[in-house]
Design a protein around this ligand. Structure first.
Ligand SMILES: O=P(O)(O)O[C@H]1O[C@H](CO)[C@@H](O)[C@H]1O
Ligand SMILES: O=c1cc[nH]c(=O)[nH]1
Length: 354
């Protein structure tokens, strides 16, 4: 009972007025295998002082949490068309320090080219090649210590990519890796073009958790992101001072249309008033933008010891409409904003600028 109350209090710090269910459920913490504690449909947060300790590990290696992996004679990263026997992963990826991921293959190629220039690497970066050219599931580019990978749309797509990426970094013995999702989103009550740095990803009920069904159980995972990294990114953005940037909660949904309360999908069973009521409720719970990958991204990175951030530009204000009406030129400039911010951050981390 005591544990339930403190978990509840902790949760309500993040999501005021949250309504909690009482199902039996498994909770999973970084640094421990999953534990079934039952009766509480929330994941208790650690006290503030423990937050960063949970998100990083002492030797800086990425952890995989799967005892079966050691028994494999070879690990085939099928959707990357890479493998431990066919590729020398440590020499290919051992120096990776930053991984940037985003939905679109073209955006991630452009980002790799941009980073090539920003890092002052040799050549113009235009003939940078797709490391995953043997498959059309994902695209991957490397610019010095920066890996740029596409993940497609939605939780299942990014989740498959992350399983293979985390194993890749583990096999490569990469250390002290920071991973950042640079994406697009729909804003709530903020100016289009605003960049939102996520402090915590919430689900469609505004709960800071991700539910993964494993065999016949629902496992609840923490969706907290690295707070210090988020604050550091906000400082970088203030230095650029080119576009508005805020820190806020990001709601992660399973769908772009009905799942995000849009009135313009092929199906819609709710009224305009109900849509606004829902979005206002989300705003009241601290949600400033909506996208489709942040919760599983936060959960998996947290469990595997990766310092993670989500940085998404908003393409529209959902309180003003559902359709994305800005011109291609405006949208292209918006999409460049998270990239500019991350480039500045990486350059600072590498002491290439002040
Ligand atoms: O812009 P990216 O990163 O692809 O992500 C956002 O855009 C897609 C929907 O248009 C969803 O995947 C959403 O999360
Ligand atoms: O409204 C939006 C815009 C981009 N991506 C989303 O998921 N939603």
């Amino acid at each position: 009972m005591v544990a339930q109350e403190s978990a509840l209090q902790s949760l309500q710090r993040w999501v005021p007025g949250l309504n909690l269910g009482q199902d039996t459920i498994c909770m999973e913490f970084a640094g421990s295998p999953s534990v079934c504690v039952g009766f509480l449909r929330v994941l208790p947060f650690p006290p503030t002082s423990q937050k960063h300790a949970l998100s990083t590990n002492s030797n800086g290696f990425v952890h995989v949490k799967n005892p079966h992996l050691d028994l494999l004679p070879e690990d085939i990263l099928y959707h990357f068309d890479l493998g431990t026997k066919t590729h020398d992963l440590p020499s290919m990826f051992g120096d990776v320090k930053f991984v940037c991921v985003g939905g679109s293959p073209n955006r991630m190629r452009e980002f790799a080219r941009f980073m090539h220039k920003e890092l002052g690497l040799e050549g113009d970066g235009n003939n940078i090649t797709d490391i995953c050219a043997g498959t059309d599931r994902y695209s991957m580019y490397k610019s010095g210590p920066v890996l740029s990978i596409s993940h497609g749309m939605g939780i299942p797509s990014i989740s498959i990519m992350l399983h293979e990426l985390i194993k890749l970094l583990h096999h490569a013995k990469s250390r002290d890796v920071t991973i950042i999702r640079i994406g697009t989103s729909g804003g709530i009550g903020i100016r289009p073009g605003t960049v939102v740095i996520t402090d915590i990803a919430v689900d469609a009920f505004f709960r800071p958790q991700f539910e993964q069904v494993i065999l016949d159980k629902v496992v609840v995972r923490n969706t907290e992101l690295h707070q210090e990294l988020a604050e550091n990114l906000l400082r970088c953005s203030n230095e650029i001072n080119d576009f508005p940037t805020i820190i806020g909660h990001t709601m992660c949904t399973y769908d772009f249309y009905e799942g995000q309360g849009r009135l313009d999908g092929a199906l819609c069973s709710f009224s305009k008033e109900e849509k606004f009521e829902y979005l206002q409720k989300a705003y009241g719970a601290g949600v400033r933008n909506i996208e489709m990958e942040s919760s599983v991204f936060a959960a998996m990175c947290h469990l595997c010891g990766l310092k993670a951030a989500v940085v998404c530009v908003t393409l529209l204000d959902r309180l003003q409409g559902d359709q994305i009406t800005e011109s291609h030129a405006v949208l292209a400039e918006y999409q460049k904003r998270p990239q500019k911010l991350i480039a500045k951050f990486i350059r600072k981390q590498l002491s290439l600028c002040t």
